[in-house]
Design a protein around this ligand. Structure first.
Ligand code: COA
Length: 375
């Protein structure tokens, strides 16, 4: 292939297509969904409102929000065979379980192969409700409890915590979790969303696109970073250990999870809210140690590398102080990001073009074929 410009590694700064869903300005630390600034959404909107926004590109009226809430509630129960499959799987990584069960859901949805706009919207709603139920049930079963029936009275965030713990969450916990879902809902062409769009661009089903997105999210350079952050904090153990730990890790060229970003060159606006939650949740639980260690890590990383925390850094200690098990952090990312993935898949279907880039060929050319017994 002959190209004028040499492609950047990782397609960095490459504009793949246009989208009206998410705007990012990495230099100024701006993130907005369909024109609404993330700080306004974090302060005022619920996750359900954000789902509606990402799917319709406008905020719902009260009536439309009520309809969506009712549809989500009705979609929460998991098909019995999917629960049976969950019980039958050997213990393993939560993201592998989530990917397998999301694929399995496609077999129990009468709309799976229906590509009409209406059917695709119904699938977006179902997937959003059911991925919440799957992740809560994975957590519940891992801790030895049986699956919980969803509570139709509770909103998406509160119901998730209820199905996970078996107890109704406090209003404060439910609110913090709801805002965490708002903050993680979309992020332009991140790796998992791009994977979803590539798959949807072949006109494969929404389930196929979402399964691909879950696979992409599972890696430690993407959604897997939040669990890795908490493991690092636990390894550090005390504020006094931070300086030496970070300096040693950096001298060994190890990356500190939860820092740096492919787009932001300043503070990730989502981290601003999560930092506050990490402190609040620590204070509520009477243990601010993880917040304090996090703040010190932040200070050392800024001094040593000039790097800012990303969305994963303070979500780790926030979830930890809420009593959420470590191996659920990345699946919880999916509980939120499903709204963005499905929004992007709907947008892809609406004006589809197969995504098929080219590669710059750097291998050998014109090599004569050598028969196998002469090699
Ligand atoms: N810890 C230590 N150093 C880091 C770092 C981190 N978390 N993130 C970037 N750097 C350093 C790199 O080592 C490199 O330094 P060098 O120029 O001396 O070699 C420089 O910063 C640029 O790194 P690069 O990997 O090219 O940055 P990027 O912008 O392409 O990568 C990430 C972005 C997110 C992949 C990267 O910052 C990272 O791996 N972070 C940790 C994982 C993480 O938190 N992921 C969640 C993202 S929301």
């Amino acid at each position: 292939m002959t190209t004028a410009a040499k492609p950047k590694g990782g397609l960095e700064d490459t504009v793949a297509t246009s989208s009206a869903i998410c705007y990012l300005d990495g230099d100024r630390g701006v993130l907005s969904y369909c024109g609404y600034d993330i700080h306004d959404l974090a302060r005022h909107a619920t996750f359900e409102e954000v789902c509606y926004l990402l799917w319709h590109r406008r905020l719902p009226t009260r009536g439309e929000l009520g309809d969506l809430q009712a549809q989500l509630v009705a979609s929460r129960p998991l098909p019995e065979p999917v629960l049976r499959l969950m019980r039958a799987l050997p213990p393993g990584d939560g993201m592998d379980t989530l990917r397998t069960l999301t694929s399995a859901l496609s077999h129990y949805d009468a709309d799976t192969a229906d590509h009409s706009v209406q059917a695709n919207y119904r699938k977006a709603v179902r997937l959003t409700a059911q991925i919440g139920s799957i992740v809560a049930t994975i957590g519940r079963m891992n801790s030895g409890g049986g699956p919980m029936q969803p509570d139709p009275v509770l909103g998406h965030a509160a119901n998730f915590l209820y199905m996970l713990t078996g107890e109704k969450p406090s209003e404060h916990h439910a609110k913090v979790f709801d805002v965490a879902l708002v903050l993680h809902a979309d992020h332009e062409f991140n790796a998992s969303t791009f994977a979803a769009r590539v798959v949807a661009g072949t006109l494969a089903t929404m389930y196929a696109g979402v399964a691909a997105a879950i696979a992409a999210l599972s890696g430690p350079l993407h959604g897997g970073a939040n669990t890795a952050v908490m493991r690092t904090l636990l390894e550090i153990g005390e504020v006094d250990n931070v300086d030496s730990y970070i300096k040693k890790a950096l001298s060994e060229k190890r990356k500190i999870m939860g820092f740096g970003h492919a787009v932001y060159r300043t503070e990730d606006p989502r981290a601003t809210h999560l930092r506050k939650f990490s402190k609040e949740m620590g204070e509520l639980a009477g243990d601010t140690k993880w917040y304090e260690i996090s703040r010190k890590v932040e200070e050392v990383m800024q001094r040593e590398k000039g790097l800012y925390p990303n969305v994963d850094f303070f979500s780790a200690s926030t979830y930890y102080m809420m009593g959420i098990p470590l191996d659920l952090y990345t699946p919880i990312f999916a509980v939120s990001r499903i709204s963005g993935w499905t929004g992007h898949i709907l947008e892809q279907y609406a004006d589809n073009k197969l995504i098929r880039p080219r590669a710059e060929y750097v291998g050998k050319r014109d090599v004569p074929y050598v028969p196998i017994d002469q090699r």
